[in-house]
Design a binder for this molecule. Structure first.
Ligand code: HEM
Length: 326
């Protein structure tokens, strides 16, 4: 009896301590991020060619040699991590990568502020139940479904719908569908919202195990935001990165802030994308979609929702004309 009681009490204490630790870490990251945000406000952006220091991979847009992965290599659902492994910035086999090395490599390659580069791998370590400080990860571990990886990805079919559930390879049909949907000569916030809306509607319809919570929606819109903030919407650069998971020759990150792109600054693009995604009656999220319905009176909400179901039958291989109704 005493043993049971001790067990219950220790579990409650550990649970509370874990939540407290998580909240404190989040607060610390937000304060830290605000500091970089402030520093960036008073510092000039880095000049082209000097964003990555001499001697580091990518200095002057010169990236280490690219090789496609071989069958035994470990790859993730993330084009950013896979591209780094394909260039040897992370181990080419994608295995046994210390979380801390991942943070540093992301910082140097994509010019995100140290806060983002710390927080996402830390979150990944937590999801996998590993230590950020001492732990390692194989890229394939990042595919853990509903860890960070979620349904309605832009460029990968849902785990439930894909053969073997492999998230390590991009789905070319979805990438084709994405570039077909882009309206101008650069990818815009509107393009990202429109494509996300279609992916979410398609996956809800086709995947009987579909789920997507509010955090996953925001993570998904964060991925979308990298198209704009890291690649400046450049179609040729994005094609290289998404189809081949390769950093283009001469490419440097579009975000040139001296202290790196902060989570705060990045969120302005994330929220614009998420707000542009028209809603679908949501049963999988406590507060529903954050999209156009958010804060609108009921009549307007219904008008915005109308027709999404019919238009959703468009991917892959759909054409712009069908969306625009012309
Ligand atoms: C910091 C470590 C990072 C981790 C642990 C990570 C993890 C992930 C995961 C789990 C996904 C799959 C999400 C889904 O199911 O759609 C993903 C997708 C993605 N990530 Fe990362 N990521 C990281 C950094 C980055 C960076 C620095 C960028 C951009 C420069 C980036 C861009 C993307 C994009 C565009 C996708 C969407 C791919 C798709 O929809 O198929 N990630 N990432």
């Amino acid at each position: 009896m005493v043993n049971i009681l001790l067990n219950v009490v220790s579990r409650i204490i550990l649970g509370v301590a874990d939540s407290l630790w998580h909240t404190l870490t989040l607060t610390y990251v937000m304060v830290w991020d605000s500091t970089f945000l402030l520093l960036n406000t008073f510092t000039f952006q880095k000049r082209r060619g000097s964003l990555i220091p001499p001697g580091r991979p990518g200095h002057g847009g010169q990236w280490p040699e690219w090789h496609p992965p071989v069958a035994s290599d470990s790859r993730s659902p993330c084009p950013a991590l896979n591209a780094m492994a394909n260039h040897g910035i992370l181990p080419r086999d994608g295995k046994n990568i210390p979380f801390r090395d991942m943070s540093r490599a992301i910082r140097e390659t994509y010019n995100f502020a140290p806060t983002f580069c710390f927080f996402v791998p830390l979150y990944m370590a937590r999801v996998l139940g590993r230590s950020y400080t001492h732990g390692t990860v194989n890229l394939a571990d990042v595919s853990l479904h509903n860890g960070i990886e979620h349904d309605a990805s832009l460029l990968r079919h849902d785990t439930f719908l894909s053969p073997g559930g492999d998230q390590g390879k991009p789905s070319r049909d979805l990438i084709d569908g994405f570039f077909d949907s882009v309206k101008g000569d650069k990818v815009t916030v509107d393009d990202m919202s429109q494509y996300s809306e279609l992916r979410r509607a398609d996956c809800r319809r086709d995947n009987s195990q579909f789920s997507m919570n509010t955090f996953q929606k925001l993570f998904s819109s964060s991925n979308c935001a990298t198209f704009i903030r890291t690649f400046g919407g450049s179609i040729p650069d994005l094609k290289s990165w998404l189809y081949d998971e390769r950093l283009p020759e001469g490419w440097e990150p579009a975000g040139r802030a001296a202290w790196g792109v902060t989570m705060g600054a990045f969120q302005t693009t994330v929220l614009r994308i998420e707000a542009g995604i028209r809603p679908w009656e949501s049963m999988d999220s406590a507060i529903g979609d954050l999209g156009g319905r958010y804060g609108l009176p009921t009549g307007e909400r219904d008008a915005k929702t109308e027709g999404i179901g019919e238009r959703a039958a468009l991917l892959p291989g759909w054409k712009k004309a069908q969306v625009n109704g012309d």
